[in-house]
Design a protein around this ligand. Structure first.
Ligand code: NAP
Ligand code: HSE
Length: 433
């Protein structure tokens, strides 16, 4: 049986899990060739490694993988932009099959890397780049190639879902929950990418490219982090019949896609409201099949490694069959992608959750209501709670259906007065139905 050489760029949380799975002797039959790990690039050769890591393969020389004739499949699990970008470019130019989990890199340079893969009859596979162990990339790339996706509602950052779940159910602080996510291997090297929504936005760029044919570098229109959520928000949301979830949403229009990332109120009885901890879910709607749900662990060593190794198997099968390349039918070429746009044709209207910290003085609530009304935003429910210092009050408002622009303009006007003492928290109420 033919033996294929595998080289890893990176051997941290994900890379260690990849080596563990590649040690399964049963893989050879599934691939049609044996897979042999021949080189593992790391930054620090002195660092203690899991016993599964073959120490004789460790190197700090990228060229041992990207330029070596005995490496057929390159697995990039180092993360970041440089040197990962140049290394993948070189590996593809050398005609190697490449597997990556790096959504940050794909969101920035995906289009040119896919073009390079095509030019060199190589594959660039990226299942683990969105939703960790949930096989949604392959589903969009292959299973849904016959359908037209209408919308994506995803919980696609495991860390922020884990953090919000712990804040809500255990009363833990955001900082403590982030530390636990780091210890569990869920968080990015810079966890502010998880908390701030950028990681989910990068993943949504990857998924939107597959679902709607956008360029992978088409930026998400609005990105909001989870760092302004306070314990009282969970209680208020529950009293209105909702849970707060870190959503990533993209909706296709005729020539445009509306996309945003941020915490949102999801109806308590919707399946996404029950997605907790590090679990991810992608609730897709497409024209022929209707709603589809993909659910599983979105981060962590073994779930992510499973996705990476599923790509290694696909890359290996193609080499074993003597036909690498051509795995990107749903990713647009740069020329086509440039003509697609993420500019919304008409922005979806929905109800909104507003938490204002108001001065507790006569006339304040009246002015807040008048400003909202002036922008066509109508109040559905309102709760007021006095703050401990008695000089301010927490006012929580659930609006009727209103447009993003109207709500944001009204809140900007309110926050520009002395009536509020902190920036108002705005969250959409999103019912994926
Ligand atoms: P990690 O634990 O920080 O591991 C990174 C590895 O890359 C380490 O082995 C590190 O070497 C090596 N490395 C980093 N910079 C390097 C450089 N300049 N030269 C040589 N080696 C370098 O990261 P991870 O959590 O495994 O994540 C890896 C990738 O997978 C990222 O793109 C991430 O976004 C993605 N991902 C992660 C998860 C997850 O749950 N963790 C899930 C999905 C996708 P040392 O060991 O010597 O430090
Ligand atoms: N930091 C990411 C998350 C890893 O928490 O979802 C998976 O991509």
């Amino acid at each position: 049986m033919r033996e294929l050489g595998v080289g890893l760029l990176g051997c941290g949380t994900v890379g260690t899990g990849v080596i563990r799975l590649l040690n399964d002797a049963g893989l050879a039959e599934r691939v049609g060739a044996a897979l042999s790990v021949r080189a593992v690039v790391v930054r620090d050769l002195e660092r203690d490694r899991d016993p599964v890591v073959p120490v004789d393969c460790l190197t700090d020389d990228l060229h041992r993988v990207i330029d070596a004739p005995d490496i057929d499949i390159v697995v990039e699990v180092m993360g970041g932009i440089d040197p990962a970008h140049g290394a993948i470019e070189k590996a593809l130019s050398n005609g190697k099959q490449v597997v990556t989990a790096n959504k940050a890199l794909l969101a920035l340079h995906g289009d040119s890397l896919f073009a390079l893969a095509q030019k060199n009859s190589a594959d660039l596979l990226f299942e683990a780049s969105a939703a960790g162990g949930v096989p949604v990339v392959r589903a969009l790339r292959e299973s849904l190639a016959s359908d037209r996706v209408v919308s994506i509602h995803g919980i696609i950052n495991g860390t922020s879902n884990y953090v919000l779940t712990r804040m809500e159910t255990l009363g833990e602080s955001l900082d403590d929950a982030v530390t636990k996510a780091q210890e569990a291997g869920y968080a990015e090297a810079d966890p502010s990418f998880d908390v701030g929504g950028q990681d989910a936005a990068q993943k949504l760029q990857v998924l939107s490219a597959l679902a709607f044919g956008l360029s992978m570098s088409t930026e998400v229109q609005r990105v909001q982090g989870i760092d302004s959520i306070q314990p009282a928000d969970f209680t208020h949301a529950a009293s209105f019949g909702y849970r707060i979830k870190p959503l990533a949403v993209a909706r296709g229009g005729e020539n445009a896609v509306e996309s945003w990332v941020g915490p949102a109120l999801v109806p308590m009885n919707h399946v996404l409201a029950g997605v907790n901890d590090v679990f991810n879910a992608c609730y897709l709607k497409s024209e022929a099949v209707g709603p589809l749900l993909f659910y599983g662990q979105g981060a962590g060593m073994m779930p992510t490694a499973m996705s990476v190794v599923s790509d290694v198997i696909e890359a290996g099968r193609k080499l074993a069959a003597g036909a690498p390349g051509g795995s990107l039918p749903a990713v647009q070429s740069e020329a086509v992608a440039d003509s697609s746009s993420s500019e919304p044709q008409s922005v979806q209207e929905q109800p909104w959750y507003l938490r204002l910290c108001c001065r507790d003085q006569p006339g304040v609530l009246g002015r807040v209501a008048a400003t909202l009304g002036g922008h066509g935003v109508s109040i559905n429910k309102l709760v007021q709670k006095n703050a401990a210092d008695a000089s301010s009050a927490e006012v929580v408002i659930l609006t009727h259906v209103a447009g993003t622009d109207s709500v944001r303009a009204a809140v900007a006007e309110i926050d520009n007065t002395a009536d509020t003492t902190q920036p108002t928290l705005i969250m959409p109420v999103e019912d994926p139905a």
